[in-house]
Write a protein that binds this ligand. Structure first.
Ligand code: NI
Length: 191
């Protein structure tokens, strides 16, 4: 089965597309606070995050990336095969086990068009609360494990370029400098 993004989005009711913050927006570098209110506003916010992630064609999105410093992220690493069935919203997530290793290309919606190899754990066991506050545990391997680690980092004010070696940073330097110039030109811009 292949899920068509346009058809899928059209059938989703009326969530709102949120503004993605780009590096070096300081909201991306701040640690986020735990969620304590499991109310309808949280449910709506999570729906808007999924909507935004699907429109932007990402596999994960963390709350700071839409300007909200709360411990929330959403992932869907199998959208094309499974649609909404593969989506998970993780509130107050905690990694309880990390093992094995993978190295692969990583990108981030807050760093458009920038990709670099990052080494991560290959298997991640993570516990989290759902939008009602109930605790769950999930195990991710490969891409899903990578997404869990990348998105959880966002909640601690960490971004994937923090992991790059000097020679890797050198390679993406022009694009990083362009993002910095763009942010300086117009920090309030809708991006
Ligand atoms: Ni990211």
């Amino acid at each position: 089965m292949t899920v068509l993004r346009e058809d899928f989005l059209a059938g989703r009711g009326n969530p709102v597309q949120l503004q993605i913050r780009h590096y070096p927006d300081p909201v991306l570098m701040r640690p986020s606070a735990p969620v304590t209110e499991f109310d309808p506003a949280l449910v709506r916010f999570v729906e808007d995050m999924f909507e935004t992630m699907y429109i932007e064609e990402g596999v994960g999105l963390a709350a700071p990336q839409v300007g909200v410093n709360k411990r929330i992220f959403v992932v869907n690493c199998a959208f094309e095969e499974k649609g909404a069935e593969a989506e998970i919203a993780l509130i107050n997530p905690v990694i309880v086990e990390a093992r094995d290793e993978q190295t692969g290309k990583e990108g981030c919606l807050s760093f458009p068009q920038i990709f670099a190899d990052v080494t991560r754990a290959n298997v991640i066991r993570i516990k989290y609360q759902d939008v009602k506050g109930n605790w769950h545990e999930a195990v991710g391997e490969g891409l899903l494990a990578r997404a869990f680690q990348h998105e959880l980092d966002h909640l601690d004010g960490k971004v994937f370029v923090d992991y790059l070696r000097p020679e890797q940073l050198q390679e993406i330097r022009p694009q990083i400098d362009e993002l910095k110039r763009e942010f300086k030109r117009n920090p309030q811009a809708v991006r």
